[in-house]
Design a protein around this ligand. Structure first.
Ligand SMILES: NC(=O)c1ccc[n+]([C@@H]2O[C@H](COP(=O)([O-])OP(=O)(O)OC[C@H]3O[C@@H](n4cnc5c(N)ncnc54)[C@H](OP(=O)(O)O)[C@@H]3O)[C@@H](O)[C@H]2O)c1
Length: 272
């Protein structure tokens, strides 16, 4: 499996598994166990998904070594602020049943208290409770605002990324590339799974791949780490199998051209 190099020095596989809206702790546990068995090693959760206990149970039951799994969770908006952040991280660790996080993200740039949260992230990073710190849903303006506040650099910015908002996300992708921040692509499949487009299905047919594999491959060829979510074992397995083919420049342009600006989640511009 190819890897990305984080600015902390750690390598991370190019694809991970998402757990938003996956259901109860039991459903999350089943899906994450299936994903770990299929080969995923990056698992993305969040306090607000309400499934950290299920994710932690799957990690323990998988029999894999803790250090071989890259676990991310996120600080929810009402936990922003210095002391609340330290408490929220501790509670997430307790629910997950882990002693450290591989990556902790500020979920949204929702309030100006995020700057105090970042200071707490710096302390958590220094003491080794979190091995990398990052942000999510940060625009270029939010990243510029963060720049120079303390010593800690974000290792990751997790943003919505799929062909339909390629144009809208170009600026943040370029900023992150220039500042050595890995972009994680969230909701990569939601829109294409609900309404497949001929531009994607034609490429998929030519390559003998699924439309989802094509879009996940497109994410990787843009240098981002996609986080597909599924509860179906066959989807979980096929989504992971994206390293044996390549999209051409024409394929990439055709997918880039699907941009219509419609998001799955919220536009963070002007937040906080
Ligand atoms: N930081 C943030 O603010 C934020 C926001 C949103 C999401 N995220 C993260 O990103 C992850 C992914 O985003 P998402 O949850 O919006 O989901 P997604 O991966 O974009 O799409 C999931 C949908 O696609 C379907 N699907 C997946 N693989 C398929 C396949 N091979 N064939 C047909 N359908 C397929 C799934 O249905 P089946 O279950 O039937 O396969 C499900 O309906 C989240 O789970 C979360 O970890 C982060």
């Amino acid at each position: 499996m190819r890897q990305y190099h984080l600015n902390t020095g750690r390598n991370v596989p190019v694809i991970g598994f998402g757990t938003w809206q996956i259901g109860s702790d039991d459903a999350a546990k089943a899906a994450v166990l299936t994903a770990l068995e299929a080969g995923y090693r990056v698992i993305d959760t969040a306090r607000i998904y309400g499934n950290e206990r299920g994710v932690g149970a799957a990690i323990r039951e998988s029999g894999l070594k803790r250090e071989d799994i890259f676990v991310t969770t996120k600080l929810w908006n009402d936990d922003q602020g210095h002391d609340r952040t330290l408490q929220a991280c501790q509670r997430s660790l307790e629910r997950l049943g882990l002693s450290y996080l591989d990556l902790y993200l500020i979920h949204w740039p929702a309030t100006s208290r995020r700057h105090d949260s970042w200071q707490a992230f710096e302390e958590l990073y220094q003491e080794g409770t979190i091995k990398a710190a990052g942000v999510s849903n940060y625009t270029v303006e939010h990243l510029e605002d963060l720049d120079g506040r303390g010593e800690l650099l974000p290792a990751v910015n997790q943003v919505e990324f799929h062909p339909f908002i390629y144009e809208q996300q170009r600026a943040v992708l370029e900023y992150c590339r220039q500042h050595d921040i890995l972009v994680e692509a969230y909701s990569p499949l939601s829109r294409i799974s609900s309404s497949p487009r001929p531009a994607i299905t034609n490429i998929a047919k030519r390559l003998g791949k699924t439309p989802q594999q094509v879009v996940l491959r497109w994410c990787i060829q843009h240098g981002t780490l996609p986080l597909p979510r599924s509860t179906k074992p066959d989807h979980i397995a096929s989504n992971f199998d994206i390293n044996s083919f390549e999209l051409t420049d024409d394929d990439m342009r055709a997918l880039n051209g699907l941009s219509d600006g419609q998001r799955v989640t919220w536009d963070p511009a002007g937040m906080g």
